[in-house]
Design a protein around this ligand. Sequence first.
Ligand SMILES: NC(=O)c1ccc[n+]([C@@H]2O[C@H](COP(=O)([O-])OP(=O)(O)OC[C@H]3O[C@@H](n4cnc5c(N)ncnc54)[C@H](OP(=O)(O)O)[C@@H]3O)[C@@H](O)[C@H]2O)c1
Length: 381
Amino acid sequence: MKRLLILGSTGSIGIQALDVVSRAGDAFELVGLSAGTGHEALVAQAREHGVGRIALASRDAAALAEEAWTAGEVLAGSEGLIQLVAESGADLVLNAIVGSAGLGPTIVALTEGVDVALANKESLVVGGELVTALAEATGAQLIPIDSEHTALHHLLTGEPPGVVEKLIITASGGPFRGRKDLEHVTVEQALAHPTWRMGGKITIDSATLMNKGLEVMEAHHLFGTPYDRIDVVVHPQSIVHALVQLCDGSTKAHMGYPDMRVAIGYALHHPDRADLPIRPLDLVELGRLEFEAPDTGAFPCLRLAREAAVAGGTAPCALNAANEVAVHAFLNGRLSFTGIPAVIEGVLEQLGSQRVHSFETLYIVDSEARRLAGELIAVHA
Ligand SMILES: NC(=O)c1ccc[n+]([C@@H]2O[C@H](COP(=O)([O-])OP(=O)(O)OC[C@H]3O[C@@H](n4cnc5c(N)ncnc54)[C@H](OP(=O)(O)O)[C@@H]3O)[C@@H](O)[C@H]2O)c1
């Protein structure tokens, strides 16, 4: 039985992870769950799954959970989250927290030598080199939960070093694929993703194509592939998740209907396979699959992410923080859709890139980028 801790269990990935766990018989023992503010949902999950320890990032929410639930222990604040990870005795931590708030728990799990099933791509975008070096030093494994990176992990397994020419990840193109006039699009339109049902932040990142930029960085850090060997192709059907081109002229593709339980099952059961009720692929029914180049003119976030990735150092951290603040402002009606890349570009111009000496450097840049993004949003509003 694997001892499993799920962080961000009340979110889109967290809920699907609990579904995968429920279908796995006695393969997993759940040793803890966490959320940001959603205390009612978290307490309901703890009751349903017989979990003895939970954590809420919001101290107010934790106090309310403590009143409602006396059958276990409630930890509070970011320190509570860290304590939950450090004392969990878990064999595997599934990190499905959204945003750079997920970095601290990833660091603690890896420091303890615990394997991490990582949905929180921001951990790698922000902490890239330091996170992967930490995993190497402690021997803990990082197993991705992202359809493209799960596909790449799959496709690269068994390939010897030096044979891979290129990694290609696909993007659905989001709800605004093919459009140029994006100034006045609404939050509702941006949240209407054509192929995936996900949390709010990643859905907006998919609409701006920032998500693909973050994923290019995620692939770079996970697989050690240089940026000029990672391509993005728009594929509106979201059936082919990633491809790997090899030195002998062959190209391998990973395919399947869009269902995150495939990626979650892969990471939780790795190196074994989960038996999941996923519809088998029917190519005849699909009929055709389309591919096109991304439009980085209409969707500048992909260009900005690539530029920050190549600049390296603190630039990806600043880009991520500015993006989180800008997306939040867009969702709250304080910034236009096209204001998102404008704010990010402004932050990157002002902060540039410095060398990363420690995680402390990243926390300082994260908070400086958030402050600057807030100022620029006030200007753009
Ligand atoms: N959804 C997908 O299909 C998908 C696919 C690939 C990768 N991912 C990645 O997986 C991660 C989670 O995405 P999601 O779509 O599941 O997000 P989501 O639905 O918004 O859920 C986020 C989870 O994180 C918790 N949380 C929010 N802020 C927090 C904070 N400051 N401290 C601690 N916990 C916090 C939330 O708790 P509350 O419920 O209390 O807010 C919730 O449990 C993201 O990094 C995303 O890029 C998601």
